[in-house]
Design a protein around this ligand. Structure first.
Ligand SMILES: [Zn+2]
Length: 109
């Protein structure tokens, strides 16, 4: 819920800074490894946008795959699971390089 609220607050701040009216649409990117469940966020957003500049906005969600680089064999691979093993060497010694983000990609006012 607090994540949805901060998205709404951030979007409103931008709209106010731009001296814009209601927000038409907003694109939100969710990394598959961000720990955010899309359905839960959608539900929380529905509630959080009430009486804000986002109330009538079309909200587009985009889930981005997680990426990791193996420290053993240097292989880069996609994973949507923090407990996955490297497909190359079956080790779990890797660095997450992408997929932890949760951000507003764009905003149309
Ligand atoms: Zn590996």
């Amino acid at each position: 819920m607090s994540i949805a609220q901060s998205i709404v607050e951030l979007a409103e701040e931008v709209a106010i800074k731009e001296q814009a009216g209601p927000i038409q649409s907003i694109d939100i990117e969710i990394g598959a490894l961000s720990g955010v469940v899309l359905e839960a966020l959608e539900f929380a957003m529905e509630i959080s946008v009430k009486n804000t500049k986002l109330e009538k906005a079309k909200i587009n969600y985009r889930v981005l795959p997680g990426k990791a680089r193996c420290r053993e064999c240097n292989r880069e691979f996609e994973t949507n699971d923090l407990l996955a093993l490297c497909p190359g060497c079956k080790q779990a010694n890797y660095t997450i390089t992408d997929g932890k983000q949760l951000r507003i990609k764009s905003l149309v006012v």
